[in-house]
Design a protein around this ligand. Structure first.
Ligand SMILES: Nc1ncnc2c1ncn2[C@@H]1O[C@H](COP(=O)(O)OP(=O)(O)O)[C@@H](O)[C@H]1O
Ligand SMILES: O=P(O)(O)OC[C@H](O)CO
Length: 512
């Protein structure tokens, strides 16, 4: 696949995501040379529970790395480093002597720790967690998931106390295996992933012993926290040992932070929003960890080697692209995700309908696990096309709520929003987004910003790129949408949306 325009050397990036694992090989201009991807099973043992088989994931990672190298038609000597990015918060415990997971990985969407989080709120207090870790108490984060495993998988707490068990999010699992596994694999994580565990002190960038104790997670199972761009070790052993042995493993970032990096949001106030299964908007806040009073998360954006860490504010939305999937798979109203645009474009507006997809409660800015989905404003006038429009508008309004919160918390008015992810191929959605935000929306040439960010960080770590200025020069605009909606319509529609949101709240309490 390589040609004169994509001459080596190259950087490979692994994206271990929620639905699939992929590997992309990039050239020095940040262009894609080859891609390989493989989905893994989504396991739903009970309502609200979501698990992944970590052994299957590691097998897939090895296959996609080999696949991408083969498709690129290159060899080990052409690759200068490998970077890692991953679904965040998904939690695994494994035996360091055998390399066997003690149980499936508990996925970020899993809500089994709701009751535990409520109990921690009563016993320890919400404020303490927010102050030290930047996060609200919610089942989304890794620490309580680890506690669940320690309490519920027979014998694991004792094995953990004896020093036989390792904890990790998917970055740690992949790096440990890549660098040798039971034969000396490195047990590390990076600051961005650690900042999603609810166990790291956001200010010292170290595990917070008192918080870990209050959640019930022993310190000895935790990996070493490192920067996002440095050499953690070299590829060794396993299937990839023969293919890529000795190549430095040189970056790790949570996928949303990697997208921030890949979108080259290196200046304070720059923001990106990634539209996939869920949507995650991050704004670079520089060296300041800004406390959120508006329902956002304070998180680590990235840290390059021994430079100071860069913080970010994050607005996490649980359901966006998955609502389109629901329309297709559960409702049968469309045959493909792309068809929602055709259906929604067949009408002028939402016909008075508003769809709030609080399927697993509401994440930012509300953090209400008692909310459930609502379609409000229904009359006999409403058709499936109006509902399709309301589905797209739901993603745009949820983004608007996040940008409002970001402006409140940071004092920065959004000049333009950089977007990426699967949903950004929907032009109607992108225009609606620009209308609701009253700001330009821009999409870059390389839409695979997550892998690109991991490749950039790894490339910086090994001197493949010399500075973030090199990376900025690679960013090219592919499309831009500017606002067309008048202010009165926007204000009226927003008010209706907020009314619909109110109607989702308290549903579970009412039921019980
Ligand atoms: N044209 C489209 N319009 C609306 N949603 C879309 C469109 N194409 C894909 N999607 C949605 O985008 C999501 C896939 O995007 P992707 O970035 O691959 O997600 P992830 O990385 O979370 O798996 C799916 O949930 C799908 O429903
Ligand atoms: O794998 P994705 O793209 O669905 O991203 C998941 C997020 O990292 C969850 O916090």
């Amino acid at each position: 696949m390589t040609d004169a325009h994509t001459a080596g050397p190259f950087i490979a990036a692994i994206d271990q995501g929620t639905t699939s694992s992929r590997c992309i090989v990039f050239d020095r201009d940040g262009r894609i040379v080859s891609v390989d991807q493989k989905e893994h099973e989504q396991i739903f043992p009970k309502p609200g529970w979501v698990e992944h088989n970590a052994t299957e994931i590691w097998t897939n990672v090895q296959e996609v790395v080999a696949g991408a190298i083969e498709k690129a038609g290159i060899t080990r000597d052409d690759i200068k480093a490998i970077g890692i990015t991953n679904q965040r918060e998904t939690t695994l415990l494994w035996d360091k002597n055998t390399g066997e997971p003690v149980y499936n990985a508990i996925v970020w969407q899993d809500t089994r720790t709701d009751a535990l989080c409520k109990e921690l709120g009563r016993n320890v207090g919400q404020d303490r967690f927010r102050r030290e870790t930047g996060l609200p108490l919610a089942s989304y984060f890794a620490g309580p998931k680890a506690r669940w495993l320690l309490d519920n998988v027979e014998g694991v707490r004792e094995r953990a106390e004896a020093g036989d068990i390792l904890f990790g999010t998917m970055d740690s699992w992949v790096i440990w295996n890549l660098t040798g596994g039971v034969n000396g694999g490195k047990h590390v994580t990076d600051v961005t992933n650690a900042s999603r565990t609810m166990l790291m002190n956001l200010h010292s960038m170290e595990w917070d012993e008192r918080i870990a104790e209050s959640i019930g997670v022993p310190m000895r199972i935790l990996p070493e926290i490192r920067s996002s761009a440095e050499v953690y070790g070299e590829v060794s052993g396993g299937k990839l040992g023969d293919l890529l042995g000795g190549i430095p493993v040189a970056s790790a970032l949570g996928d949303q932070q990697a997208a921030l990096f890949g979108q080259t949001c290196f200046e304070e106030g720059e923001a990106k929003s990634t539209y996939g299964t869920g949507t995650f908007m991050l704004m670079n806040t520089g060296e300041k960890a800004i406390n959120s009073y508006s329902g956002l998360l304070t998180t680590v954006g990235y840290q390059i080697g021994d430079q100071k860490p860069v913080y970010a504010l994050e607005g996490s939305i649980a359901v966006t692209g998955s609502l389109v999937q629901w329309m297709r798979d559960q409702m049968g109203l469309i045959n493909s995700a792309a068809e929602i645009e055709t259906l929604a474009s067949s009408v002028e507006d939402n016909g008075g309908a508003y769809f709030v997809p609080a399927f697993s409660g509401l994440f930012a800015p509300y953090w209400r696990s008692d909310a459930r989905g609502v379609i409000a404003g229904l009359t006999r006038y409403v058709t499936k096309a109006h509902i399709a429009r309301a589905v797209l508008e739901a993603t745009a309004w949820q983004t608007r709520e996040i940008t409002d919160a970001m402006t409140k918390d940071s004092g920065v008015e959004l000049a333009a929003l950089k977007v990426d992810g699967g949903m950004t191929s929907n032009n109607l959605l992108m225009q609606t987004l620009s209308d609701f935000l009253d700001a330009p929306v821009v999409r870059p040439m390389v839409a695979e910003t997550t892998c690109l960010g991991a490749a950039y960080a790894a490339g910086l770590a090994v001197g493949f790129w010399s500075s973030t200025d090199d990376l900025r020069a690679n960013w090219r605009r592919a499309a831009e949408w500017t606002p067309r909606m008048d202010a009165d319509t926007r204000a009226r529609e927003y008010k209706n949306w907020l009314k619909a949101v109110e109607r989702t709240m308290g549903w579970l309490e009412d039921e019980s």
